[in-house]
Write a protein that binds this ligand. Structure first.
Ligand code: C2E
Ligand code: MG
Ligand code: MG
Length: 556
C-alpha cells in the first residue's frame, strides 16, 4: 500500500473519531492520544499482516500519537483531517513540500511502504525455495510448468525419483540426510542444465525443461541418467541411488501443471521397470491406472460378496501315479459366472493389501474342504499359497492355527507355499513365522523355486519341507533349451541333499513327467493330469481313484 492510500486510511480514522460527538470533549481529548494510535496500529497491522507489519504499525501509530499529543490545543479531529489532507496533497503535488511533521511522516510512510514491498518480494521468494537444498520447491515447479503450459513454447515436465533414497534418508541423522540431499541437488543442477530443478517430494525431484523438442529432451534425460547412474561418493561411502525418470511433454500430455505432473509420475512408474530407467507418458498408462482403480473397487465388492473360491489342482505322487495332494488356487467367480484369473487380480490385490482378506478366505475354505475329504476317508495334503502381506503379519501363525482348528483339519495335511522372494526379504522374520507352525505339524514349501535370488547358505538355514521347481524350467525342458535338463537335475539334487521333497509345477507332457520321475522328483502337477477344478469336481476325482483302487484290489 502506498503513502496516499495509507493517508486515506488516516483520514477514515479521523472520520471515525469525529463520530462520537456526544462524548464529552474532555474525555475525547484525553482518550484520543490513546485511541487514534491504537486504531491506526490495528488497521495497519490488519492491512499488511505478519510480525514485521505489526512492528511498523506500532512505530507509525506511536508517531501519530506523539503528533496528536503535541496539537491537543487545536480541535483534535480537525488536526487529524488536516494531517490526512496534507499528506494526500503531498502525493498529488510534489512541488508543495511543507517542511513540517506531516512532510516527515509522509516520507517515513513512503519508506515504510517501500520496505514492505521489499519484504513481500523476499517472502514470496522464500516461499518458492526448498529450505534444505535451495532448489525451487513444489509450488515454484508447478508455477513454471503452468506458465509454460499457457504458452506454445513446448518443453517437458519430468519427475526423477531414487529408489534407494527414502530408506537411506531414514537411516541417517537429519543433518547427514540434508547434506546428502544437497549433494544430489548439486548433481541434478549440473546434469540437467538448462532445466529448472525442483525438490517436489522428500526424495523426489522435478525438472522443467523449457522450450525444447522431444529429441532434445531425450538427449538431456539420457545424459542426466547416465551421470546419475554413477554411484555417489559421500562421507567415505559409495551409494548407488537407483534413479528413474518419467517425462510428460508440455502441451501434448496435458494443458495444466497438475495434469502434467500426474502424467510424469505415471511415466515414472513405468520408468522404474524400463531398462533405460526413462519413460515418456502415454495415454495407455492413464487407461491402465483407470482400469486398476476400477478393478480395485470391484475386488473390494467381490470380497464382501464372497465371490472368491478355491479351485483345486491335483498333485500326483510320481512314485505311484496317485492323487495324494492338491494345491488350492484362488478363482474369482463373478455374479454373471465369468471366471477371472489370478494373473489379473493377484497383483492388484497385493498392491492394495486386499490380498490378505482374500487369501484368508481361500485358506479357510480350503481347510474346511480338506477336512471334509479326510472325514470321508480320502485324506489328501492341501497346499495353500501365502502372500507376503499375510506372512509378514505378526499374528500369521495364530491365524493359521485358528483356521486349522476351526475346520478340524490335521495340521500335517496342510502345506503352506511361500515364494522365494517373500522368504528372502527377511529371513529371520521368516524363521520366526514358520517355526511354531512347523512344530504343530504344518509343512512349508518354497514356491516358484529358481526365480528368486536365494543363496544356498540362506536356503539351508530356512526350515522347509518342499521345493517347488518353477514351471519355467519345465517349459525350457519341453522347448529343448540347452542346460535346462542340467538345471532341473541340480535342483533335484539340492532337494535330496537338504532332505526336502520336490514338486515339478506346470507339467503338460508325458515326457516331462517321465523325466522328473526318472530323476527322483517326488511330485508333479500340471495340465497333463488336470487343471485346477472346483471342490466338487476334485472330490469326484478322489472318488474315482478310490473306486479304481477297489476294482484293482478285487481283480487282484
Ligand atoms: P502358483 O502358486 O505358482 O500356481 C501355479 C500356477 O500355474 C497356477 O496359476 C496354475 O493354474 C498354473 N498351472 C498349473 N498347471 C499348469 C500347467 O500345466 N501349465 C501352465 N501353463 N500353468 C499351469 P494360477 O491359478 O493362475 O495362479 C497364479 C498364481 O497366483 C499362483 O502361482 C499363486 O502365486 C497366485 N495365487 C493363486 N491363488 C492364490 C491364493 O489363494 N493366495 C495367494 N496369495 N496367491 C495365489
Ligand atoms: Mg503355489
Ligand atoms: Mg508356483
Amino acid at each position: 500500500m502506498h503513502a496516499r492510500a495509507q493517508m486515506r486510511h488516516v483520514r477514515d480514522i479521523a472520520g471515525m473519531l469525529s463520530r462520537p460527538q456526544t462524548l464529552g470533549a474532555g474525555l475525547l481529548r484525553a482518550s484520543l492520544t490513546v485511541v487514534a494510535p491504537v486504531a491506526l496500529f490495528t488497521s495497519i497491522a490488519a492491512v499488511f499482516g505478519g510480525p514485521l507489519a505489526i512492528t511498523i504499525a506500532a512505530i507509525t501509530a506511536g508517531s501519530i500519537g506523539i503528533l496528536l499529543a503535541a496539537r491537543l490545543q487545536r480541535p483534535l479531529v480537525e488536526a487529524i483531517r488536516e494531517l490526512a489532507t496534507k499528506a494526500e496533497a503531498l502525493g498529488q503535488d510534489s512541488r508543495e513540500r511543507p517542511d513540517n511533521e506531516l512532510d516527515r511522516m509522509a516520507r517515513a510512510l513512503d519508506a515504510i511502504s517501500a520496505r514492505i514491498d521489499t519484504m513481500g518480494r523476499q517472502l514470496r521468494r522464500a516461499s518458492y525455495v526448498d529450505s534444505i537444498t535451495r532448489l525451487a520447491n513444489h509450488e515454484r515447479f508447478l508455477l513454471a510448468i503452468s506458465g509454460a503450459a499457457q504458452t506454445a513454447e513446448g518443453g517437458a515436465a519430468a519427475v526423477i525419483a531414487f529408489s534407494r533414497l527414502p530408506k537411506l534418508l531414514q537411516s541417517l541423522t537429519p543433518e547427514a540426510a540434508n547434506e546428502l540431499l544437497r549433494g544430489i541437488a548439486a548433481r541434478l543442477i549440473e546434469g540437467a542444465r538448462p532445466a529448472l530443478v525442483a525438490r517436489i517430494g522428500a526424495a523426489e525431484f522435478g525438472l522443467h525443461v523449457p522450450n525444447t523438442t522431444p529429441a532434445e529432451i531425450v538427449k538431456l534425460t539420457h545424459d542426466l541418467m547416465s551421470s546419475l547412474s554413477i554411484p555417489i561418493e559421500w562421507r567415505g561411502h559409495t551409494f548407488a541411488l537407483g534413479a528413474s525418470c518419467g517425462i510428460a511433454l508440455i502441451g501434448k500430455d496435458g494443458g495444466d501443471a497438475q495434469t502434467l505432473l500426474r502424467h510424469a509420475r505415471l511415466a515414472l512408474e513405468s520408468a522404474e521397470m524400463a531398462p533405460s530407467r526413462i519413460a515418456f507418458f502415454t495415454p495407455a498408462l492413464d487407461r491402465a491406472v483407470t482400469q486398476r482403480l476400477t478393478l480395485e473397487r470391484e475386488l473390494r465388492a467381490a470380497i464382501e460378496a464372497g465371490e472368491f473360491r478355491p479351485y483345486f489342482q491335483p498333485k500326483i505322487n510320481l512314485a505311484n501315479g496317485r492323487i495324494e495332494g492338491c494345491e488350492a488356487l484362488a478363482r474369482w467367480i463373478r455374479a454373471d459366472s465369468t471366471l477371472v484369473s489370478p494373473a489379473r487380480f493377484i497383483p492388484v490385490a497385493e498392491e492394495t493389501g486386499l490380498i490378505a482378506p482374500l487369501s484368508d478366505a481361500i485358506m479357510s475354505e480350503a481347510c474346511w474342504k480338506a477336512a471334509a475329504w479326510a472325514r470321508n476317508g480320502r485324506p489328501v495334503k492341501i497346499a495353500v499359497n501365502v502372500s507376503a502381506v499375510q506372512f509378514c503379519d505378526r499374528r500369521f501363525a495364530d491365524k493359521v492355527m485358528k483356521c486349522v482348528t476351526a475346520a478340524g483339519l490335521a495340521p500335517s495335511l496342510l502345506e503352506l507355499e511361500i515364494t522365494e522372494s517373500t522368504l528372502m526379504a527377511d529371513q529371520e522374520a521368516a524363521v520366526r513365522a514358520i517355526e511354531p507352525l512347523r512344530e504343530a505339524g504344518v509343512r512349508f514349501a518354497i514356491d516358484d523355486f529358481g526365480c528368486g535370488h536365494s543363496s544356498l547358505a540362506a536356503l539351508a538355514k530356512l526350515p522347509f519341507d518342499v521345493i517347488k521347481i518353477d514351471q519355467q524350467f519345465v517349459r525350457a525342458l519341453a522347448h529343448g533349451e540347452p542346460q535346462s535338463g542340467a538345471i532341473v537335475e541340480v535342483i533335484l539334487a539340492l532337494g535330496k541333499t537338504l532332505g526336502l521333497e520336490t514338486v515339478a509345477e506346470g507339467v503338460e507332457r508325458i515326457e516331462e513327467a517321465e523325466f522328473m520321475r526318472a530323476r527322483g522328483c517326488d511330485w508333479a502337477q500340471g495340465f497333463l493330469f488336470s487343471a485346477a477344478v472346483p471342490a466338487h469336481s476334485f472330490a469326484e476325482l478322489l472318488s474315482r481313484q478310490c473306486a479304481a483302487d477297489i476294482k484293482d484290489a478285487n481283480a487282484a
